[in-house]
Design a protein around this ligand. Structure first.
Ligand code: 26W
Length: 820
């Protein structure tokens, strides 16, 4: 890998200069935040030449471009990652040390760019990294939310949401580009005029808003490629014209100001739950319209035949959130470019492709016709026509089968079904892990698969090893490089070379020592943030992810309660010390999830303060789990909890980050866990619980009756009773009644325990016993953990992106040369 030369003197001068010009200070007087800003700008400077060169190269060689359209990009911090990918990290660290500055401290000043909720948003961020590293022309298209994912505070054990003012000190990496602003129109009505026998559609009485692009550089690893994440900010089209005293005009101006302000104010913090808010649909159309306009404008700069647009551009829709892109592209092609319906449809269906990220029914986006047509009148007309033509297709293929129409139509029962629109208009539909794609084909999207099987394909998710090993776990990264060379950084399957060391005692020792160092690092963080002492020699058992019932954090904490009971009842029994670590944000309105957080914290309070158990058990809830602290958490984990109800977790990506960092999976056969086990071998993971088929089967029978278990299994009964006898809520014994009821009476879907927590409990507890037993044998554990690292090669997002390129996008590879 060609390494760019780093000019230390120049860099130091640049940092000092920035402190002076930005803050009128010398380095010694600057605050830590100001130092971060100054270093950030110096790094952006270092990126600029390559960014320009990349754009020049794209203009020259005219490659096909993927527009990755996503409501969410969960980027995390940029500084460290940019330095890593520029291959300057160590040099910059040294340079800064020379002037008395600590890069870690500086990195810590940067707020996470948390423009996403969880899995889907972080996947988009990993994909951007891989696209640039592999040298493909890609734009990320998204929204510049003024407030990202809320910050989580834990107050008295409860989650409190605090606004995330991530831009309050400015963002040194962003580049505002008002000269490329676009206008986006909402509301009004459509007037149809006949021009020489042709219908012309004119939208009138609308409100408009200006979409202003803000670009963030995406640095490819060591290859001079700098791609662009383009996030759109909103501004009023005409800023207040004070001489307009006419009442109507004045109010209109106020409305436009308000629209612009509200539009990009905040990320919706719902994960896997459709709230149906009008503002959300506005956000969707806002960034999609601006992005599609931009893509068309870019194409037209060098191409005259809009009918061949798809040869140079493809739109990947990250879940259904950007699916209005389908109709927006049709609108522009017809109303602005003058194509006929059939021509426009041909282009659109060769341009758009859709990724499904969840089978949770409550996540499916369906918009009331009333709302949709009022907000996007022209777009609605187009969707109606797409639907009309599609329904004719269904009837042709399935004559007299009204059931099919009812199940498959895009518009039905007063709603616009975005997934149906995406499937009908897309040339590709993919799931995100093998099992997930099979469930889509066989169940959720069965009718569509039968009608258009050629569209369906799988793309198992991946993660970037640059952030989650090279940056997040420098000790292990260095050790891996010492053993297998550094090619793994851009070719993760090379990490397989570690397999020859798994029985080597010296290697085992070094490996376990690195894990220990990382546990010490996390223990310090926990002490600082939670005030809890944890023993780095204990087993670090970690579950970090969004809080959702299907992910079953409740099963995990019930098991902790069970272990605690065991220890109390049998103090003489040998028990290997364990630290159970949780991190999770709950959607602000998701009461059962929030109560689960309170339960975890309440159990932590009791267990951590019980001197009688000699510290055998600790429970830690890490506040404000996010990308930046995640990097440390993965590095320190022994056990990776991936315990979703089988069939519910589309893929998971945390599971891959743990594996890469040498944690062993304790999980169900769900999502990508199945493929992890396939790679590493069942003997190097702890698998338990019902299979996806068993779950789906039992669901179709209406569930099961957990009272059997409750009545016959005294230990389970004991734990459940502790939810309602005040054991963990002495002042309010009723506090956790809701969780008790969900498990035993009605947890939704009209049945108790819809996520089969009690059904899987024994099997889970047994798997946990096997974990303990394995950990006691240090050599065996070291070998298992090392084998996990060695077999993580498949799970790089570089592989995922290459598959998208080969099977879906068909992009051209680009190389960028820099004159030094
Ligand atoms: C409309 C509200 C809403 C918001 C977000 C619905 C659905 C979502 C996302 C699709 C939820 C999500 O993040 N899904 C996760 O996507 C990851 C990346 O593919 C997968 O690894 C996770 O299994 C899946 O839960």
């Amino acid at each position: 890998m060609a390494k760019r030369t780093f000019n230390k003197e120049f860099f130091i001068r640049s940092v000092k200069y920035n402190v002076r010009t930005l803050f009128r200070k010398e380095i010694e007087e600057a605050t830590e935040q100001q130092i971060f800003q100054a270093v950030g700008y110096a790094v952006k400077d270092a990126i600029m030449d390559a960014w320009i060169a990349t754009q020049k190269e794209y203009e020259k060689s005219d490659p096909k471009i993927v527009y990755y359209m996503s409501m969410e990009f969960l980027m995390g911090r940029a500084l460290g990652n940019n330095l890593i990918n520029l291959t300057f990290y160590d040099e910059v660290k040294e340079a800064l040390e020379e002037i008395g500055l600590d890069l870690n401290m500086i990195e810590d000043q940067e707020p996470d760019a948390a423009l996403g909720n969880g899995g889907l948003g972080r996947l988009a961020a990993c994909f951007m990294d891989s696209l640039a590293t592999l040298g493909y022309a890609a734009y990320g298209c998204g929204i510049r939310y003024r407030y990202g994912m809320f910050k989580q505070q834990i107050v008295d054990g409860y989650q409190v949401e605090v606004p995330d003012m991530w831009l309050k000190n400015g963002n040194p990496f962003e580049l505002r580009r008002p000269e490329y602003a676009k206008t986006v129109k909402f509301g009004g009505y459509v007037r149809i005029e006949n021009h020489n026998g042709k219908n012309v559609f004119i939208q009138e009485g609308y409100q408009s808003v200006l979409a202003v692009p803000v670009d963030l550089p995406i640095v490819g690893y060591g290859n001079n490629v700098i791609n662009t994440l383009r996030i759109w900010d909103a501004e009023a089209v005409n800023s207040f014209e004070l001489d307009r005293f006419d009442k109507g005009e004045y109010e209109k101006a106020v409305e436009q100001e308000n629209l612009a302000r509200n539009l990009v104010e905040v990320l919706y913090p719902n994960d896997n739950h459709m709230a149906g808010k009008e503002l959300r649909l506005k956000q969707q159309y806002f960034f999609v319209s601006a992005s599609v306009q931009e893509a068309i404008a870019k194409y037209k700069k060098n191409h005259s035949d809009i009918r061949k647009f798809y040869e140079k551009a493809t739109f990947q829709l990250n879940d259904t959130h950007p699916t209005v892109a389908v109709a927006e592209l049709m609108r522009i092609l017809m109303d602005e470019e003058g194509l006929e319906w059939d021509e426009a449809w041909d282009v659109t269906t060769k341009t758009c492709a859709y990724t499904n990220h969840t089978i949770m029914a409550e996540a499916l986006e369906k918009w009331p016709i009333e709302l949709f047509s009022r907000l996007l009148p022209r777009i609605y007309q187009i969707v109606e026509e797409i639907n009309r033509r599609f329904v004719i297709e269904i009837q042709k293929q399935y004559p007299n089968n009204y059931e099919k129409v009812k199940k498959m139509a895009i518009i039905m029962d007063g709603q616009v079904k975005m997934a149906h629109l995406a499937i009908v208009a897309g040339y590709s539909v993919n799931g995100v892990a093998k099992l997930h794609t099979e469930i889509l084909k066989k169940r959720e999207l069965k009718d569509f698969y039968e009608m258009m099987p050629q569209k369906f394909n799988n793309k198992t998710n991946g993660i970037t090893q640059r952030r989650f090993l090279l940056h997040g776990n420098p000790l292990l990264a260095k050790w891996v490089t010492e053993h297998v060379g550094d090619e793994w950084i851009t070719d993760l399957p090379r990490i397989k070379g570690l397999a020859v060391y798994v029985d080597d005692e010296k290697a085992q020792h070094e490996f376990m020592n690195i894990k220990y160092q990382n546990k010490v690092r996390l223990a310090k963080y926990i002490k600082e943030h939670n005030g809890i002492d944890v023993d780095p020699r204990s087993i670090f058992d970690v579950q970090v992810k969004r809080l959702h019932e299907y992910k079953r954090q409740l099963m995990n904490i019930l098991h902790v309660m069970y272990l605690y009971n065991q220890i109390k009842e049998h103090p003489e029994k040998d028990f290997y010390p364990r630290t159970f670590i949780f991190g999770a944000k709950a959607a602000a309105g998701y009461m059962r999830a929030k109560l689960t957080i309170k339960l975890i914290n309440s159990v932590a309070d009791v267990v951590n303060n019980d001197a009688s158990i000699n510290g055998k058990l600790k429970v830690v809830f890490i506040e404000d789990y996010r990308v930046s602290n995640a990097e440390w958490i993965f590095a320190a984990a022994d056990v990776s909890e991936q315990i979703s109800t089988a069939s519910k977790e589309a893929s998971g990506t945390g599971n891959m980050k743990f594996m890469l960092n040498g944690a062993v999976t304790l999980g169900t056969m769900d999502g990508a866990n199945v493929e992890i086990v396939e790679e590493v071998g069942e003997e190097n993971a702890f698998i338990f619980g019902m299979s996806a088929d068993e779950v789906i089967d039992l669901e179709s029978k209406g569930g099961y009756d957990p009272s059997q278990l409750f009545n016959t299994d005294q230990e389970i009964r004991h734990v459940l009773m502790q939810l309602i006898n005040g054991e963990y809520a002495p002042n309010d014994p009723e506090r956790f009644r809701e969780l008790y009821n969900a498990l035993l009476i009605d947890g939704g879907y009209n049945r108790p325990d819809p996520y089969f927590i009690l059904k899987d409990f024994r099997s889970y507890a047994d798997a946990q016993r096997r974990v303990e037993e394995a950990y006691r044998d240090e050599k065996r554990w070291a070998k298992m953990a090392m084998l996990n690292v060695a077999h993580s090669g498949k799970f790089t997002s570089d592989r995922t992106i290459q598959e998208y390129v080969d099977d879906i996008w068909k992009l051209d590879k680009v190389t960028v040369k820099l004159e030094e």
